[in-house]
Design a protein around this ligand. Structure first.
Ligand code: KIV
Length: 278
């Protein structure tokens, strides 16, 4: 059965840890869904891992919509959340609501928005009021990389932890159904998690969050330009892909592919006629 934003909140109430992964294509979404992943995020991390851009700020709404459609077709049970890309919600609240709607029409059941400034809180309020569930995102927020200036841990002392907790509570009041905590010390995440009735989903946020999310290319070992400290690599897909492509080239070059079984053949009569003709 399709998971809903409300069901994700219930998971926190019932003490069930929430599982989340990013996906960018139909097949991956299908297998993550079959494996029981609760939330599939069409993360704007696809900018780097699927499109080869340098940062998430380069991916557009039009590009994100294509990936959202593909993932939505593959996810039967998981809640599909689409990341709203840089500049799709910062220009005006009207434009933010309109763009959020486009992601829902593309097949997602919710959108994710980074930050918690007063403007973002107002934006999230309006989007949730229009019937679109919103996931918040605090701590390290990659879309703000040009103002933050680097990949820094947030909530490293009591003052900044209290500020984060305040922002998380404002997100909850604005109607967000969950909050991603990225690169936040586990003690600080624990403090914030206890202050909220909506779940926290950690990425580099430690074990006390209500759920965990990772970039699928990191756990699969597919993207090797950079692997964050908090990502656990369960496979080395890049080696598998490389070895498969090498074996294929080898077979073609040596004339070992295709075999007869992998080809279409004429029946004997037609083959003979063709032979005589030449
Ligand atoms: O874009 C992304 O992949 C994210 C992370 C929270 C997983 O936002």
């Amino acid at each position: 059965m399709k998971k809903t934003a409300k069901k994700i909140i219930d998971f926190k109430k019932n003490g069930k840890k929430i599982t989340a992964l990013t996906a960018y294509d139909y097949s991956s979404a299908k297998y993550f869904d079959r494996a029981g992943v609760d939330i599939i995020l069409v993360g704007d991390s696809l900018a780097q891992v699927a499109l080869g851009y340098g940062s998430t700020t380069e991916v557009t709404t039009e590009e994100m919509l294509v990936f959202t459609k593909a993932v939505s077709r593959g996810a039967e049970n998981a809640l599909v959340v689409a990341d709203m890309p840089f500049m799709s919600y910062q220009i005006s609240i009207e434009e933010a609501v309109k763009n959020a709607g486009r992601f829902i029409q593309a097949g997602a059941q919710a959108v994710k928005i980074e930050g918690a400034s007063p403007y973002i809180i107002e934006t999230i309020t309006r989007i949730t009021q229009s019937g679109i569930p919103v996931m918040g995102h605090l701590g390290f927020t990659p879309q703000y990389i040009n103002t933050i200036g680097g990949h820094y841990v947030s909530g490293k002392n009591i003052q900044s932890t209290l500020e984060l907790a305040d922002m998380a509570q404002n997100l909850e009041k604005a109607g967000a159904f969950s909050v991603v905590l990225e690169m936040v010390p586990q003690e600080s995440s624990n403090f914030i998690t206890k202050k909220l009735t909506i779940p926290t989903i950690g990425i580099g946020g430690g074990k006390f969050c209500d759920g965990q999310i990772l970039v699928s290319d990191d756990i699969l070992g597919k993207y090797d330009n950079f692997c964050p400290k908090f990502a656990r690599q369960y496979s080395s897909l890049k080696d598998i892909i490389f070895n498969v492509a090498r074996a294929y080239c080898n077979d073609v070059e040596k004339g070992n592919f295709p075999s007869v079984a992998e080809s279409f053949t004429l029946d004997n009569n037609e083959a003979q006629k063709l032979e005589n003709y030449s």
